[in-house]
Write a protein that binds this ligand. Structure first.
Ligand code: GDP
Length: 425
């Protein structure tokens, strides 16, 4: 069985929590895009873990975790993440962690350039996490960056490659941003310091996964971010720099020839969004403060307060469509408990035209939310195990979302802990 777990909204839907729950049935969990620009938060009996680069399956002893071909890896950050997990007693060996030899290395100058550009933009900044993700993906497509396989180059070969790339980079760093030049020797030293300890995990993910499929292993692809952050189908340019969609997962993991058996779309009971860009259903003032506080909506990677709003039918239905979700996991329903009425953005008003089709470009910027309210519910629902255990208003809300999304809701998450969920069928 090959499954992708993906985000339907703007990210932070609770994908990490769902992967942690569902990964039990899978032999391999693979990330397929992105870098350490977002974080999954997983809470289980071992503690609370923030994972930026490692697949969430790393917290299960028998799961093999793969960092796929489509990822961009800051190897210094990865070494730190591995150390933090080991300090909490998580065992990580080449048996349960594999890194694709074709994955791209995110270098210190990518981070530097990300920050320099955000600073140059000033008030018009993009809200980048400054982790170097856009610059490194740009270089990947310029074919001027290093991959994990380069860690095995002979020293003189690596030095020459780095020298040549850095010479080109310095044209921008020095002449463009008037910053001190990057020293190629420092870069080689950095590659050795953080690359050498990772060499034992590097493998050819294509042959590794092909072999796994032939042995009937179950594989799960774990997405970072959500559909609306996809480079092609999201709210460009306020997107990530990679394809976050399920359709890309087999490519980004290393097996472009594989077909997905199912796609689990993780969808949140309300909306949240980090950084700049159009967010039609946004709340402001006290209403926003209340929801942000209840949902603890602060970025896992950066601690930034997230923008929040009611459930957005238009954006979410679009997310379900482009992800090709075959089932949904509705998360954070418990956060809505105590609300007298539940706000839902049911349509967009664009210059007087009411639409349920998610727009692009300036039309999206001009869209205004059409809000309706559903009856609220109260009480602690985190211990509910069956749909019938929930207040009727909560059941009605679930059924409403299911109908609007045109996709069955299979799981409802009612708390952050591993066992705080309801399986509907
Ligand atoms: P991800 O990037 O999609 O994995 O999402 P984040 O990790 O940024 O945000 C999800 C946060 O919500 C984490 O702190 C989770 O522990 C928490 N969470 C996930 N599902 C639920 C839920 O159903 N209820 C509550 N209260 N918290 C949840």
């Amino acid at each position: 069985m090959i499954t992708a777990i993906v985000g339907i909204n703007w990210g932070d839907e609770g994908k990490g929590r769902m992967v942690d729950l569902l990964s039990e049935k899978y032999d391999i969990v693979s990330r397929y895009q992105g870098g350490n620009n977002a974080g999954h938060t997983v809470v289980n009996e071992k503690g609370k873990f923030i994972l930026n680069l490692l697949p969430s399956g790393i917290l299960r002893e028998t799961t093999v975790n793969l960092m796929g071909t489509g990822m961009v890896i800051d190897i210094e950050h990865l070494c730190g993440e591995l150390q933090r997990l080991r300090e909490k007693g998580i065992v990580i060996t080449p048996d349960n962690l594999k890194i694709s030899d074709k994955a791209t290395i995110c270098m210190p100058y990518h981070k530097l350039l990300d920050g320099l550009e955000e600073d140059r933009l000033g008030d018009a900044k993009f809200g980048s996490t400054r982790r170097g993700i856009a610059p490194v993906y740009a270089d990947k497509y310029m074919k001027k960056t290093l991959r994990m396989s380069n860690l095995f180059d002979d020293e003189d070969v690596l030095e020459e490659k780095v020298r040549s790339i850095v010479e080109w980079k310095n044209l921008t760093v020095v002449n463009g941003y008037e910053h001190e030049a990057i020293d190629p020797k420092e870069m080689v030293k950095w590659l050795k310091t953080y690359g050498d300890p990772l060499k034992e995990y590097v493998c050819d993910s294509t042959y590794f996964l092909e072999d796994a499929i032939s042995k009937g292993k179950n594989i799960m692809f774990e997405a970072q971010l959500g559909a609306l952050r996809d480079i092609d189908f999201g709210i460009y340019p306020f997107t990530s720099s990679s394809s976050v969609l399920a359709a890309y997962a087999p490519i980004g993991a290393g097996i472009p020839f594989a077909k997905l058996d199912n796609v689990v779309g993780v969808i949140k009971a309300y909306s949240s969004c980090v950084g700049e860009g159009p967010f039609t259903c946004e709340f402001f003032g006290a209403e926003a403060e209340e929801l942000r506080g209840a949902g603890q909506e602060y970025g896992a990677a950066t601690g930034r307060p997230r923008r929040v709003g009611g459930f957005d039918v238009v954006a979410s239905r679009y997310g379900v469509m482009v992800q090709g979700a075959t089932e949904l996991a509705l998360t954070k329903l418990d956060i809505l408990s105590g609300m007298e009425k539940i706000p839902v953005c049911v349509a967009y008003d664009i210059d007087g035209e009411i639409t349920k089709q998610f727009p692009t470009g300036e039309r999206l910027n001009r869209a205004k939310p059409v809000y309706e309210y559903m009856p609220g519910f109260s009480g602690d629902i985190s211990k509910c195990k069956k749909l019938e255990d929930l207040p009727q208003e909560a059941i009605d809300y679930i059924k409403y979302i299911e109908k609007e999304m045109q996709c069955p809701i299979k799981y409802v998450s009612v708390g952050a802990e591993r066992n705080e969920y309801i399986e509907l069928y």
